[in-house]
Design a protein around this ligand. Structure first.
Ligand code: C2E
Ligand code: CA
Ligand code: CA
Ligand code: CA
Length: 279
């Protein structure tokens, strides 16, 4: 597959033709999807390594298209960004993530965070900060229960304006996580200037930890450095006990991955909380 940067697919492999047709189809279907409630959110639990309990969930969008079947986010987010549809989709995602956070509270889980992926295209909208704050407030949620996941490339490319927005949100108590950390341009020196609270170690990096001593050393170094900068570290894509144990050894704060659970629908997320307990 044609790759742009890390594991980010531009689109279907193989035949150019197929790609163009599909891209047009997807573009065309995105508005229909919004209007006809074809999107859903799944939630993947995040666990504290200190007690193996759930501390939060990442919201991940799912699209069951009447015309195209299940379309994975990696196949439509980029297209949604190019066509600006991500702005409306992102609002839908955020409102519904806050609804999920409210439901958690109604069920007695007062301290579970909900992390939401935010695209750069959303971030650069003039009303971004207001929308985020107003939505959280309209659900009577504590700001600290919401975390925004922003990718590293976003912050590198971003202008002062984006920084200022994130600073404002952070000052209200909203957490900001730097997603996919460790495979891109990661440079530790610039971290101290970013308006973030959390480092999210990329799956590719986690995978390498148990295979490559240099990566293992680097992980240990990154985690202790992050802690010195008062940043929390979460590892994503944890699939094995060995990966988990290695991350625990270096005091990684939280983990997320198939080892514990795949992203699941809301009702199953509640069941996970009932069975596994919370912090
Ligand atoms: P991401 O934010 O890096 O999300 C992590 C991806 O890894 C998710 O794929 C998740 O299902 C998958 N994953 C989690 N644990 C494991 C594991 O142990 N092993 C493996 N192999 N994979 C694991 P998903 O849900 O297909 O999402 C892909 C990407 O699409 C996300 O990457 C994110 O960049 C984007 N995305 C998903 N939902 C949204 C959304 O609501 N808004 C925006 N803007 N982007 C989204
Ligand atoms: Ca993410
Ligand atoms: Ca990620
Ligand atoms: Ca990723």
């Amino acid at each position: 597959a044609k790759q742009r940067g890390k594991e980010r697919y531009v689109f279907f492999d193989d035949v150019m033709n197929y790609r163009i047709i599909e891209k047009t189809k997807i573009e065309h279907n995105l508005q229909f999807a919004l209007d006809n409630k074809e999107f859903m959110l799944y939630f993947q639990p995040q666990y504290k390594t200190s007690n193996d309990k759930i501390s939060g969930f990442e919201a991940l969008i799912r699209w069951k298209s009447r015309e195209l079947g299940m379309v994975p986010p990696n196949d439509f987010i980029k297209i949604a960004e190019e066509s600006q549809k991500i702005v409306a989709i992102g609002k839908w995602v955020f409102v519904n993530s806050c609804d999920f956070a409210s439901k958690l509270i109604k069920r007695g889980y007062k301290d579970i965070k909900v992390s939401v992926n935010i695209s750069i295209v959303q971030l650069i909208q003039d009303d971004f900060t207001d929308f985020i704050l107003a939505t959280i407030e309209s659900k009577n949620l504590d700001f600290k229960l919401i975390e925004l996941e922003i990718t590293e490339t976003v912050l590198i490319r971003s202008v002062q304006e984006a920084y200022t927005k994130l600073e404002t949100l952070r000052s209200k108590g909203v957490s900001i996580s730097l997603d996919d950390f460790g495979t891109g341009y990661s440079s530790l020196s610039y971290l101290q200037n970013l308006p973030i609270t959390t480092l999210k170690m990329d799956r590719a990096f986690v995978e390498d930890i148990t295979k490559n001593t240099i990566t293992e050393n680097l992980a240990s170094f990154i985690i202790s450095m992050a802690h010195k900068l008062n940043l929390e570290v979460i590892a994503e894509g944890v699939e094995t006990k060995l990966q988990l144990d290695t991350l625990k050894k270096y005091n990684c704060d939280k983990v997320q991955g198939y080892y514990y659970s795949k992203p699941v629908p809301e009702e199953q997320a509640f069941l996970l909380l009932e069975s596994k307990g919370v912090d």
